[in-house]
Design a protein around this ligand. Sequence first.
Ligand SMILES: [Zn+2]
Length: 449
Amino acid sequence: MNNQVFWNPVLETLPRETLQQLQLKKFKRIFAWAFTHSKFHRSIYDAAGITPDDIKSLEDIKRIPKVEKSMMRGIQCKDPFPYGDALCVPLEEVSTFRQTSGTTGQPVYQADTWQDWEWWSECWSYVLWSQGYRAKDRVFIPFGYNIFVAFWAGHYAAEKLGCEVVPGGVLDTQSRILKIQELRTTAMMATPTYILRMADVAKNKMGIDRASLSINRITCAGEPGAGIPSTKKRMEDAWGAKVFDHSGATEIGAWSFECESQPCGMHVNEAMFLVEIEDLDTGGIIEEPGKKGKMIITALDRMAQPCIRFDSKDVIEWDSEPCSCGRSFRLIKGGVIGRSDDITKVKGVLLSPGAIEEVVRSINGLGDEFEIVVDKQGDVDRIKLKVELLPGTPRTSIENKLKDRLRLKTNLGYLIEYYDYGSLPRYEVKSKRFKDLRKKSMSEKECRL
Ligand SMILES: [Zn+2]
C-alpha cells in the first residue's frame, strides 16, 4: 500500500469520458436526493421548473439554479434548528456542527452526519496521499481545534493513512515549535500566513535553526499563498520542506490538491466534485483553459446539507496541460487565484491582491507582512501598499525594484509606505491584508438607506 502512487488507483486514472459518466450519475443521485429531502432545494428547483428527470447530460446541469451563501444565511436558525430546511436528514442523525469563519458576513452553519465525516476524511486522504504522506509520518497540526472546519478532516485523514497525529491545539506558537523539535515531527498542516509566522518566531525570537526541525512536507490551506510562487518559495526556504497547496471550504468539502509533481496548480478531485467555471461578465460556463472565472461547485456525495451548484466566489482557470503524475483529474492553473469579491477594479484596471503578494514576496529585503489599502483621494482611486524592511536593508536598495515589478505585474501605480520590521499586524490563522475602503463607504451608505 505504501508504495502505491495513488490513493484510489481506479478513480484517479479514469479516462475522461468514464469520469464524466461517473460525475453525471452521481450528480443525478445527489440532485434527486436534495429534490426529495430538502424543502429549500425543492423550492428553488420548483421555481425554475426543473425536476430530476430533466437531467440527462452534463449540459443540462448548467440550467440548474446556483445556490449563494446568502441564501443559506436566509434559512438558518429556522426549523430544524439551527440549520433550516436545507437539512436532508433527521436532526438526530447530525453528528457534527461547524460554521464558516464569517469573513464575508454572518457565519453559515453546517451539519454533517457520521457518514459525511467519513466522506470528509476520504476527500482529505486523496490530498495527503498525493502529497507524499505515508504511515511513517508524524504529523503536527498547529491549529485551534474549534467550530471552524480548518484541519479537522485533515487530522482524521492522516490517521486513516496510518500517520501518527500530534494535535497542536491550545499551545502558543513557541510551544508548538518546541513540540515539533522535541517529537521530530515530519509533516505539518497550516495556513501560509501561519507557516511563515512560525518560521519567523523560530528564527528571530527563539534562535532556532531550521536544520534542527525535521519537517519535510507542509500542506497549506485557507489562503492562496502556496499557489503564489514567491510565497511558496519563502515557505520552502524557511522550513527546508516541500510545500503543497490545498483548497477546501466548510460548505463544500476538500475539493482540490496539489500533488507531489508540484505542477503550479491543483487537481480537482473530479470523482467526488463537479467543478464548473462561470464567466464573470457573461455568466456562461467556460470550458477552455486559460480563461479566469468563478467556481460553481457540486459535492457529489455530501448528504446531510448538500452542496449543489454552489457559488464559491473562488476565481480559478483550467490548465491546458495534463499533470505529469498521471492523474486524469483536471488541473486548475496556479490554484485559487483569489475571491471574486476581492478582485476589484482600481482606476479601471482589474486588481488581484494575489498579484501584489507575489511581487512583495519576490523581493529580498522585504519582510513577509504587507498591507494593501484602496481608497479614494477626491474622485481618484489610490492604492496604498505598506511593506516592512528587514533589519539592515536600506530602503534605497529596493525602492525602484518594487515599483517596477508592481507596475509590470499589475499595470498600476502605488503609494508605498515603508515600516520597520515587526510593525505591521501579525496573524495566527487567516490574514486580513487587503482593505478596500471604497466598498466600506458604499456599504455604510447602503445601511443608512
Ligand atoms: Zn499531478
